[in-house]
Design a protein around this ligand. Structure first.
Ligand SMILES: C[S@@+](CC[C@H](N)C(=O)[O-])C[C@H]1O[C@@H](n2cnc3c(N)ncnc32)[C@H](O)[C@@H]1O
Length: 296
């Protein structure tokens, strides 16, 4: 493992001690927080990240102490969406873009969710983060039906032409494309709708797009709008430098006109919950919309 910049405090967390091959490991910039590592810290079972990640984590938690609830809510939603598409809609190949660091119990990774009902469901994970590549590859490439590709999602043609994607995904059969909590890290000048259009264009009929994104509810929820603005400011002024809370219309546009399955683009816990609400959502949990669309 090669490191740029020295960490300000602390040793290498366990995350990076596990793999120690200086010839093949990617370069990790310790002067800059990584969303993959910061996000991981929001899970109880997550790792410590580096000092630079902890600074961002603490800044966000100061504004929104309930932040960890969002991470867990995202995985709950992903579990329901992927579970449904594999078990009910019969999808057996998934490209999970911006897959993140591998999850462990009580949460499951996309391939574990998919392979619960179809052990041969093929999952190709894509992430550009060297931490995910270093640690995730080994755990995500769990069996012959799971593969990891280190690519930048803002270049769909490169992602789609990657040899692993080409080898393991059959573009003549329906595919599920997952963009879970990724595109809010893509700036406006990179045009996330244009990026999504390039992915959607190659999806065969009967495919699905699963997407969730930070939401600025504006007048729909004025106190949520204020919190979204504060959070966006915290993320963007951090060493990570990315993070956009977008409007409902901006998020909907990322489905590129594909029809959304019922119940549409909704707060995540409203997407086919398994039962009645246990407690009302906290404000930060409401700042995320997700949906599943089908390619006709
Ligand atoms: C908040 S995490 C979400 C992880 C997972 N999709 C989930 O919903 O639990 C965002 C992930 O997207 C990845 N990501 C962000 N920008 C990316 C890019 N340009 N190309 C590839 N991956 C990216 C990050 O490295 C990180 O792992």
């Amino acid at each position: 493992m090669r490191f740029m910049n020295e960490p300000t405090t602390g040793d290498q967390p366990e995350l990076f001690r596990r793999k120690n091959d200086p010839t093949s490991a990617p370069e990790i910039d310790l002067g800059r927080a990584s969303i993959a590592r910061v996000y991981d810290m929001f899970f109880e079972e997550g790792k410590d990240g580096f000092a630079v990640d902890r600074v961002v984590y603490e800044q966000v938690r100061q504004i929104a102490p309930d932040g960890p609830l969002v991470a867990v809510m995202i995985r709950r939603w992903l579990d329901r969406a992927i579970g449904y598409l594999v078990s009910r809609a019969g999808i057996n190949q998934i490209i999970d873009i911006g897959s993140g660091l591998p999850r462990s119990a009580p949460h499951e990774n996309t391939h574990q969710i998919a392979q619960r009902s179809n052990p041969e469901a093929m999952v190709v994970y894509v992430d550009n983060d060297p931490s995910v590549a270093a640690f995730g590859r080994a755990l995500l490439e769990d069996n012959v039906y799971t593969h990891f590709v280190q690519q930048d999602l803002v270049h769909p043609q490169v992602v789609l032409q990657d040899p692993a994607v080409q080898q393991h995904i059959d573009f003549d059969r329906p595919i599920t494309l997952v963009q879970s909590a990724t595109l809010h890290h893509v700036d406006d000048d990179q045009d996330p709708v244009r990026i999504m259009r390039q992915y959607v264009e190659v999806l065969p009929p009967g495919s699905y797009v699963v997407l969730c994104h930070w939401w600025d509810p504006d007048d729909e929820l004025p106190e949520g709008h204020e919190l979204a603005r504060s959070l966006e400011n915290a993320w963007r002024t951090s060493s990570m430098g990315t993070g956009r809370y977008r409007s409902r219309g901006e998020i909907e546009a990322m489905f590129c006109g594909l029809p959304l399955l019922s119940p549409g683009l909704v707060e995540l816990d409203q997407w086919w919950p398994p039962g009645p609400e246990v407690t009302p959502p906290t404000l930060i949990e409401r700042l995320m919309l997700g949906g599943v669309a089908r390619v006709p």
